[in-house]
Design a protein around this ligand. Structure first.
Ligand SMILES: [Zn+2]
Ligand SMILES: [Zn+2]
Length: 523
């Protein structure tokens, strides 16, 4: 019954779309004349991420918003129960899911950093030895490891796309949402204090970026104090410190404003796409936690920045011609000590002790070996030949390690590669998120999920778990006549954003899409 209703509902949506595109045709079901003013296509898509923005920041601080959050909450389509359906809930995974609709199983972006078995070294989601940094020194970055297309890529391929540009403090957060065919992606370099890019995009930085850097924009923050945090004097120390203050987001906002005018975004005949990811809430959140006065202030400030960005975009493209999609790349875990104070569970775990216990058990069972190629909080990649010459059953090796870790305190679940590959996982949210987050070529051999609120982290807080505090994020759409404003309580996934944008833009759905179109908000 429900399926039949859905089919009818989808059918209505299709005919509504057809009407707006062929304005003269009468509705074939009712015979009523079609609307005469079809929605004009967006001239600019603003795809906005705030890094580590828990959903409840919107509800906790709502009465204080005056900028972008106020406007989006009042005039947008607001999804109050959007979650990441994949783990780990980290920056690269969130930013790649946002505009591809693909989770790590298909996108190949399995974490911020992982072990590349083909070259036997650890890589980041965007590291690319073939490229050089432009505007700074060293190796550049590119979207090469992203296996699928983004909305921006599909816009370009369709012929309807103009410029596609990504901006953030972090390379992965600028590069992954923008995609393969982007005209440029820009991020902040803590060594030089410049916004940089890579030779993947062009052979030298565009003039407007060089001009922006030439003014040494970060230097004006030298010596400033914010809520007891004093900025160092100009130089690499300052450039590394601005990240974890409101000044980092101010710097990237200024660059985004420059991009709007210098690249004439929203001013051309085709649809441009600008992705902006505000990073500083994440750095401050890691240090001070989601319940800190610092985060409260950061959220109020990013509200104003987003409001100004939307207004500047509309000043160029016209009101009603800027389509905004807003989300976060993950949430955050409460600081364990704060949680304990309010009688909630939680604590800190040292991953090294879990790893050491696994290695000890493996030595006892199989003989002394060099077991691990790579390991980081909760994950293990085994060496291809741990005891040279001894042919080991690797499924058994995985099981011994997993059983050992599982028997230690505060461990929720431990998964092995062989279990995941043979489909042995259950269907609850935690198992589903682990399955969607696993890519056979790039995923680990053992994967550990601690109990809720327990962190493999010695200070501050972090994110990465498949639990609600890390998966629940805002999703808001604003600015198209085809969007029905309001609050939507249905449970949705962040992977639903990309196919919905593709539908609004009438371009092909990105190639790895695992989501659905949010038809409930479409007129
Ligand atoms: Zn992040
Ligand atoms: Zn983070």
């Amino acid at each position: 019954m429900r399926r039949r209703f859905l089919a009818i509902f989808l059918g209505l949506c299709v005919s509504a779309t057809a009407q707006t595109q062929v304005a003269a045709k009468a509705n074939p079901r009712t015979g009523a004349p079609a609307k005469q003013n079809p929605a004009l296509p967006p001239k600019l898509v603003l795809a906005i991420v705030v890094d580590q923005f828990r959903y409840d920041y919107l509800t906790r601080f709502r009465s204080e918003f005056t900028g972008g959050f106020k406007r989006m909450l009042e005039q947008g389509a607001v999804f109050t129960n959007a979650n990441y359906d994949a783990a780990p809930t980290v920056t690269a995974v969130g930013h790649s899911t946002f505009l591809t609709g693909a989770m790590p199983a298909l996108s190949g972006i399995v974490s911020n950093t992982w072990w590349d078995r083909t070259v036997a070294k650890s890589v980041t989601s965007v590291s690319d030895d073939k490229t050089k940094l432009l505007g700074g020194n060293g190796t550049g970055s590119s979207p090469e490891r992203l296996l699928v297309s983004t909305v921006g890529d599909e816009l370009k391929i369709s012929g309807k796309g103009g410029k596609v540009i990504g901006i953030s403090l972090k390379d992965r957060s600028a590069i992954l949402p923008a995609g393969h065919m982007a005209d440029g992606a820009y991020w902040f370099d803590g060594q030089s204090g410049n916004f940089v890019s890579s030779t993947f995009y062009f052979s030298e930085l565009p003039g407007w970026v060089r001009d922006y850097n030439a003014g040494h924009p970060a230097d004006k923050y030298a010596g400033l104090e914010w809520l007891g945090h004093k900025m160092p004097s100009a130089g690499p120390q300052l450039y590394n410190a601005v990240d974890s203050s409101p000044f980092g987001d101010e710097l990237l906002q200024a660059l985004a404003m420059h991009a709007l005018s210098a690249e004439n975004l929203g001013g051309g005949p085709k649809t441009d796409l600008l992705t902006v990811s505000y990073s500083s809430v994440d750095y401050v959140g890691h240090r001070d936690g989601p319940d800190s006065p610092e985060i409260h202030d950061m959220v109020k400030r990013v509200d104003k920045l987003i409001g100004a960005l939307i207004e500047a975009a509309e000043a160029r493209a016209g009101r009603g011609r800027v389509l905004v999609a807003f989300t976060a790349d993950h949430g955050a875990t409460p600081v364990p000590e704060e949680n304990q104070k309010r009688k909630m569970p939680g604590g800190r775990l040292a991953w090294n002790t879990y790893r050491a216990a696994a290695e000890k058990a493996l030595n006892e069972r199989f003989g002394s070996g060099k077991w691990i190629s790579f390991s980081a909080d909760g994950v293990i990649y085994f060496s291809p030949d741990p005891i040279p010459g001894k042919k080991l059953d690797m499924a058994e090796v995985q099981k011994v390690a997993a059983d050992t870790i599982r028997a230690q305190p505060h461990i929720g679940r431990v998964y092995t590669r062989s279990e995941i590959e043979r489909g042995a996982l259950g269907r609850d949210p935690v198992d589903s998120r682990v399955r969607n987050g696993f890519n056979p070529a790039r995923g680990p051999d053992v994967l550990t999920v601690a109990d809720p609120y327990y962190l493999f982290s010695a200070t501050g807080t972090t994110h990465g778990s498949p639990y609600g505090y890390d998966t629940h994020v805002p999703v808001i759409f604003l600015g198209s006549a085809r969007i029905r404003a309001g609050s939507y309580a249905e449970t949705i996934g962040v992977q639903d954003i990309a196919p919905t944008l593709a539908t609004l833009l009438a371009v092909e759905t990105p190639s790895g899409n695992m989501g659905r179109v949010l038809t409930e908000m479409l007129k």
